[in-house]
Design a protein around this ligand. Structure first.
Ligand code: BGC
Length: 413
């Protein structure tokens, strides 16, 4: 990015935009930390809480159940509290629920905390992509939109790594489990504190008729008066666009068509089975006799690393092409992984499993994760934050995000 004087880039926006977007995207990091928590903590949780199979599944899935409620109420929070205060609220919930979990309360209370964390995830999944798409200048809107997904994958990676090391360093779950939860608390507190310094979304301010405040925010982020005028003009046009306002919009053909597209995208993003891999890849590799660091870290590492190029590709190739490429890669590799797993399942002693099916399983899982990371992961959140006009954005994203969480619950159970 070429810099001009005063922290302004050659594209007409200021460097502070990146800081604002990074702070807001911490909501994505918390999503990832909570989502990825399960994979390498299941054994420790099981030791302390004497989890049976059913407990494991319900503790894992309750995050997504909380997400449904968080997403359901987010539209109301976003409209009435504003985008910024909703982020503050999510930060508070993340901090309180993870700190409380670190006290190792009885299982029903621990589960209630995970539900609350899910509630925070539901709010963050709604607000962060929305805030990024409304606050980032047009030139980098796509890239900043994918930042949400990048932060999710960084969160999943970080917690997988720290949980592995904590579990290895401290054998007693009464020490290791609080440390695992405190890792989340640390980042949650950072997000909570950081969200206070964020400016409000100029689009929300305009929606509330506070044009002066919207201009003041744009003055902080955009380089020239011309840019500010053009952005204000664009928002005004969106506000008074052909769709108009009011509840009647829901029944109009255009909105409904767009909503169906968003819902289907979110539904399939979960139905491809990504969270089965995110939660259970160490367990799946364990069945195949692979228990080392590679088995524990392969999925989160590949997932994170390939989200970086996706940020560029989403602008260069466009959203649709990436979705096709990712879907094809996932279909082929899921079939290959199933084939490898079938031959592994026929061997009763893991030490007798041959190198070929193990290698096929590992390689197909890695390419599958690559397929998701460069396409359905980032593109779905981005598209859902872009397709609705300003007036119906809250109701549209509420519904699409709820479908993400609904189908996550379905897949996890
Ligand atoms: C999905 C999550 C998933 C994550 C993996 C997100 O886009 O919504 O369910 O765990 O990607 O990176």
């Amino acid at each position: 990015m070429a810099e001009t004087s005063g922290g302004s880039s050659a594209h007409g926006y200021k460097t502070i935009v990146y800081i604002i977007c990074m702070v807001a995207a911490l909501g994505g990091l918390l999503f990832g930390l909570d989502q990825g928590f399960i994979a390498n903590s299941l054994d420790t949780l099981t030791q302390h809480y004497k989890f049976g199979i059913h407990d494991k599944e319900s503790y894992s899935a309750i995050l997504a159940t909380g997400g449904i409620f968080g997403a359901l109420l987010s539209g109301i929070f976003a409209r009435f509290l504003g985008r910024k205060k909703s982020l503050v609220l999510a930060g508070f919930i993340f901090t309180a629920a993870s700190a409380f979990s670190a006290l190792l309360p009885p299982l029903p209370v621990l589960s209630a905390c995970r539900f609350a964390l899910g509630f925070g995830v539901g709010i963050a999944s709604f607000i962060v992509p929305l805030y990024l798409s409304e606050t980032a200048p047009a030139a980098i809107r796509g890239s900043m939109g994918t930042l949400f997904q990048l932060m999710i994958t960084i969160g999943i990676f970080l917690i997988a790594l720290s949980n592995v090391f904590i579990a290895r360093a401290f054998a007693d779950p009464r020490t290791s489990l609080p440390l695992m939860f405190l890792t989340i608390t640390l980042f949650a507190a950072l997000m909570f504190a950081g969200s206070f310094i964020l400016p409000e979304s100029p689009r929300w301010l305009m929606l509330k008729g506070r044009k002066d405040m919207a201009v003041a925010v744009l003055r902080k982020t955009l380089g020239t008066q011309e840019e500010i005028d053009s952005e204000i003009g664009e928002i005004e046009e969106a506000l008074h666009g052909p769709q108009g306002a009011g509840i009647g919009i829901i029944f109009r053909g255009y909105f409904f068509k767009v909503l169906v597209i968003g819902v289907l995208l979110q539904m399939f993003q979960q139905l491809v089975g990504i969270n089965m891999m995110i939660y259970y890849s160490p367990t799946i590799f364990g069945y195949a006799g692979m228990t080392g660091l590679v088995a524990m870290m392969a999925v989160p590492t590949v997932n994170m690393l390939f989200t970086f190029p996706a940020i560029l590709w989403v602008e260069k190739w466009g959203r649709k092409k990436l979705l096709y490429v990712g879907a094809i890669a996932m279909i082929i590799t899921m079939l290959a992984a199933g084939f490898a797993f079938q031959s592994i399942g026929n061997v009763s002693d893991p030490s007798l499993i041959g190198g070929a099916p193990k290698a096929l399983l590992l390689i197909s899982v890695i390419i599958y994760i690559f397929g998701f990371a460069v396409s359905w992961g980032p593109v779905v959140w981005l598209v859902c934050s872009e397709i609705f006009t300003l007036e119906v954005r809250e109701v549209g994203i509420t519904n699409t995000t709820m479908f993400n969480c609904n189908f996550a619950v379905l897949v996890m159970n």
